[in-house]
Design a protein around this ligand. Structure first.
Ligand code: PRT
Ligand code: ZN
Length: 284
């Protein structure tokens, strides 16, 4: 029994999808132009597809699970279940208008024409905001539409914003924040769910490790309690005496988001020799 996973064949999701599997200890060798491959050391069969087709394949059970951007998932409106957010391929589906336009809010779009590859999501946004606008569906190079007189505004994916900028547009409203997600067919057998659960367990360990750092530092004993109070650790920090009396070595785990803030406070409280080490897997 193998679980079948659909991932993008090539493109922005491909590298990170393969890397995630690799970080989970699953080796997938994709011979050039192969449609599918088998993992060597995990009951997983991998299908390489266009991202737009992944929701459909998972809904139809051609694949049991898949990795796809939320933008594609919600545009395609297939009935599948989101299992886990994966934290990569982050972008936003946003409204772009000419940089000199006076955009005061969504009502700006009233009566306008909008070019997009996401007609379903745009229609929903317009309806939710009671806006009457015309949608021009185009499949690529959406950002050039206003420049060639095809539309007044666009809705497209944005990450750095440089594509909009280079086309004389500015980003306004965000319609959807998107990242890669793991989806599954709604009706998997018990056996397949069991394989999925061990895969998700590994993915969560990889994700947690990425968001955390292992930290070691030397602390003067008289300020040890203040320093420990800043470091929650997994349970609580490990404290070991140093050979030099009056000092201890403190080991803990820090979340990426709090990292710089806490490092500053540790230094203020006399911590020295701070070492920060990436964590490979983290199981709590
Ligand atoms: O061939 P296939 O159909 O499989 O791939 P594709 O060409 O449709 O998709 P691909 O590989 O370009 O993107 C796959 C997924 O990556 C998307 O569905 C998103 O979930 C995610 N993603 C993340 C992005 C971006 N960031 C992104 N910036 N997808 C596209 N873009 C494009 C955007 O359309 C625009 O043209 O990049 C440009 C904007 O980027 P910035 O950095 O200039 O703002
Ligand atoms: Zn695509």
């Amino acid at each position: 029994m193998k679980l079948k996973i659909a991932i993008q064949k090539s493109g922005r999701l491909y590298e990170d999808s393969i890397k995630l599997l690799k970080d989970c200890g699953i080796d997938v060798r994709n011979g050039m132009n192969k449609l599918k491959a088998e993992a060597e050391n995990f009951p997983l069969e991998v299908f390489f597809l266009r991202d737009d087709d992944i929701p459909q394949y998972v809904a139809d059970k051609v694949a049991d699970i898949g990795i796809v951007g939320e933008n594609v998932l919600y545009e395609k409106q297939k009935s599948v279940t989101v299992v886990e957010k994966l934290g990569f391929s982050k972008c936003r589906l946003a409204v772009g208008v000419g940089k000199d336009e006076n955009y005061t809010g969504a009502q700006y779009l009233q009566g306008k024409t909008i070019a997009t590859s996401y007609p379903v999501l745009v229609r929903k946004f317009l309806d939710d905001n009671n806006i009457n606008a015309e949608i021009h569906e185009i499949s690529g190079s959406v950002e050039i539409a206003p420049g060639i007189g095809l539309s007044d505004a666009i809705v497209d994916l944005v990450s750095s914003g440089s594509t909009l900028f280079m086309n004389g547009l500015k980003e306004t409203e965000t319609i959807l924040k998107s990242e890669a997600v793991l989806v599954r067919n709604n009706e998997l057998s018990e056996e397949k769910l069991a394989i999925l659960s061990s895969l998700v367990f590994r993915m969560q360990a990889v994700k947690k490790a990425k968001n955390n750092k292992y930290i070691l530092l030397n602390a003067p004993n008289e300020r040890l309690q203040e320093i420990i109070a800043l470091l929650p650790g997994m349970k609580s920090p490990t404290v070991l005496p140093l050979a030099e009396s009056g000092w201890s070595s403190v080991h803990s785990v820090l979340n990426e988001n709090d990292f710089w803030n806490i490092i500053e406070q540790l230094k203020e409280r006399g911590a020295q020799g701070i070492l920060v080490i990436p964590i490979e897997k983290m199981i709590v």
